[in-house]
Design a protein around this ligand. Structure first.
Ligand code: APR
Length: 234
């Protein structure tokens, strides 16, 4: 692996998945010990489950909030956040809902799957709720039940977040995918969008996956080891 000079890339996209947070201790979804191995998503992560038993679903998300807060961002998160301070063209596009990039200091972040730290009222929209436990379960204006602002199974992604993500990826000169199995759409198509524009595409993941052939280079190391080396020239 050679160190990159970030100054030679006008626009850089870091595209992250559960593997980015795994090193901080947040479990992944599909791998060994994955969230969907331990919990049945039909009971915890879809609108039907929420309609059937909202308390059970909210309790599951509170457990996840607590476990995420116990996990500190790692050096890989900090490398990305520091780069953003000196480089105007950095965008993080993440599938993660855990807010780890924000805690490390990144600001220009597009969250494809929403956030554990926001709630949504069907009438009054989205607002932040960032404590260890939820501050409220009902909207203070209309008393509707609030649900996590997360893209659950069967939900649509926010078209505006997709539009901004695709725009950033289509324009970038360096696309670095980190810790994603690459199997969930539309994210699975992103490396190809980056390649069309001639971006250098690098994958950081200890394991290969069905999308690995789309990258110019694979770094088979954990994110927290790979990123400090890749950006040791900054
Ligand atoms: N550094 C880099 N990659 C890692 C590390 C690490 N330290 N540890 C694990 N990985 C890799 C695994 O090899 C795997 O390819 O992270 C990937 C995690 O894959 P998934 O669990 O499938 O997570 P992700 O691709 O983010 O899933 C996408 O699916 O269920 C939904 O909404 C959920 O956002 C999630 C989406």
């Amino acid at each position: 692996m050679v160190a990159l000079d970030p100054a030679s890339f006008e626009r850089i996209v870091f595209f992250t998945g559960a593997g980015m947070s795994a090193e901080s201790g947040v479990p992944t979804y599909r791998g060994h010990g994955g969230v969907w191995k331990q919990y049945n998503w039909e009971e915890y992560a879809c609108q039907d489950a929420f309609d059937r038993d909202p308390e059970k679903v909210m309790e599951f998300h509170e457990v996840r909030r607590k476990s995420v807060l116990a996990c500190p961002p790692h050096e890989g998160h900090r490398v990305i956040a520091r780069l953003e301070m000196n480089h105007p063209g950095i965008t993080v596009v993440t599938q993660n809902i855990d807010g780890m990039h924000q805690r490390a200091g990144s600001r220009n972040i597009l969250e494809l799957h929403g956030s554990l730290w926001r709630l949504r009222c069907p009438i009054h929209g989205v607002f932040e709720d960032t404590g260890e436990t939820y501050e409220r379960f009902r909207c203070e204006h209309c008393d509707s039940r609030l649900r996590p602002d997360i893209v659950w199974f069967g939900d649509s992604l926010d078209p505006e977040v997709i539009r901004l993500s695709v725009e950033a990826i289509a324009r970038c000169n360096l696309f670095i995918s980190i810790g994603t199995s690459g199997v969930v759409w539309p994210a699975a198509g992103y490396p190809e969008i980056a390649r069309k524009n001639g971006a250098l595409c690098i994958e950081i993941n200890p394991e290969p996956n069905p999308m690995s052939h789309l990258y110019d280079e694979a770094v088979r190391l954990p994110a927290g080891e790979a990123l400090p080396v890749l950006f040791s020239n900054r």
